[in-house]
Design a protein around this ligand. Structure first.
Ligand SMILES: Cc1ncc(COP(=O)(O)O)c(C=O)c1O
Length: 359
């Protein structure tokens, strides 16, 4: 990869059409996108171009054999208006872990970060100003060979686009543990990678959970349906008798970046944290003993989503009211506070957007 990023600016910004007080999630896209193509064994022609459609061949391999991976991250503005990222290098690393599992080429981490800074720097006015609002960033890569037959593609396209999202006021969610479907196999599967197919596999169980009146599925392990994995698009935490427990990464769980951040923050505030296998039976027993104090999910979108109700077979666990919860709230306050500049970033997680945009 020798080229630097070529920039073609849009002739007409769409920014004035956006109502920042009323942004539907996932439907508004900023003016520019970053694109690079992989061929002849290297990434070529990294460029920022006006956001828009592109052509794709009917035989493009990603559409048939599913070599497609992505990331989800955010840029936000601190209280003094500085645009910033939170731990962007973790996303640069994770997309390559996903790429390796899918037999796709690595995307150079340095170029990933440079592209983020240039793109978000160029579209910085698209970052909504309100605390809790953000510019959602979607890096992704897909197989682009025009070929029918199961083998790794020789060509790929890598794109980053962004779009403003409104303040996320996550309401507590209800969960049902699925005892029939899994999201991904625990051993040897693709659960630890952020691959498109994992999300496709989750849709039917999620629909069935909705039909039963629950917001999301809590995934159990694929062998015994006993060990808790994660939730919808979040990692899961339990507070049992004052101790914080989260399932250990086992190859079947996505290594969430918010999860990792929480695992750093909690001990610094005096909490004992255990990363270990945790069974649904243990959670039920804790509930029945009156020791299940909190259940919450962590992820880029919500930061923390509290769980109000958790069902397993015919057991329905109604969890303590919000006023009695401290742990999930602490994580959210710390992360939001670092983003806004109200809380000191002792870890060097915050990275101001530093693009010097060329003409
Ligand atoms: C399946 C799954 N688990 C967990 C997470 C949380 O990961 P992160 O904290 O990196 O957003 C996500 C979101 O990316 C996800 O899709």
């Amino acid at each position: 990869m020798k080229d630097t990023i070529r920039i073609t600016k849009t002739q007409k910004s769409r920014l004035s059409e956006v109502d920042f007080d009323n942004i539907p999630f996932g439907r508004v896209f900023s003016d520019h996108m970053f694109v690079a193509d992989y061929k002849d064994g290297e990434w070529q022609d990294p460029r920022i171009v006006p956001f828009g459609h592109f052509e794709i061949h009917p035989a493009a391999m990603a559409l048939h054999y599913g070599q497609a991976i992505f990331e989800g991250m955010k840029a936000s503005k601190s209280n003094d208006g500085t645009p910033l990222f939170l731990r962007p290098e973790m996303h640069a690393k994770r997309i390559n872990q996903s790429a390796r599992r899918m037999c796709m080429p690595d995307f150079p981490e340095g170029l990933f970060l440079e592209a983020l800074h240039e793109l978000v720097g160029l579209d910085r006015d698209w970052i909504p100003p309100k605390e809790g609002s953000a510019l959602y960033i979607r890096p992704y890569m897909f197989a682009n060979d025009e070929f029918i037959g199961v083998k790794p593609s020789q060509t790929y396209r890598f794109i980053i686009f962004t779009g403003p999202v409104g303040p996320y006021y996550p309401k507590p969610v209800s969960l049902i543990a699925d005892t029939h479907y899994v999201r991904a196999a625990v051993k040897g599967g693709t659960g630890a990678a952020k691959v498109a197919g994992n999300y496709a596999a989750s849709l039917l169980p999620a629909k069935l959970a909705n039909e039963k009146g629950y917001d999301q599925v809590m995934w159990l392990d694929s062998i015994e349906f006993k060990y808790i994995q994660e939730v919808g698009t979040m990692n899961i935490f339990f507070v049992i008798d004052g101790k914080v427990v989260t399932p250990a990464l086992n190859g079947g769980i996505l290594p969430g970046i918010t999860r990792d951040t929480a695992l750093h923050i909690l001990p610094e505030h005096g909490y004992e944290v255990e990363e270990r296998p945790i069974t649904i039976d243990e959670v039920v027993e804790a509930y029945q003993a009156g020791q299940l104090q909190e259940v919450f999910g962590t992820g880029t979108a919500a930061v923390v989503a509290h769980v109000s109700k958790l069902a397993y077979k015919d057991i329905v666990m109604d969890l303590p009211p919000m006023e009695e919860r401290q742990v999930g709230q602490l994580i959210k306050t710390q992360i939001d506070g670092m983003r806004s500049g109200r809380i000191e970033d002792k870890h060097g997680w915050i990275e101001p957007v530093k693009a010097a945009v060329k003409a």
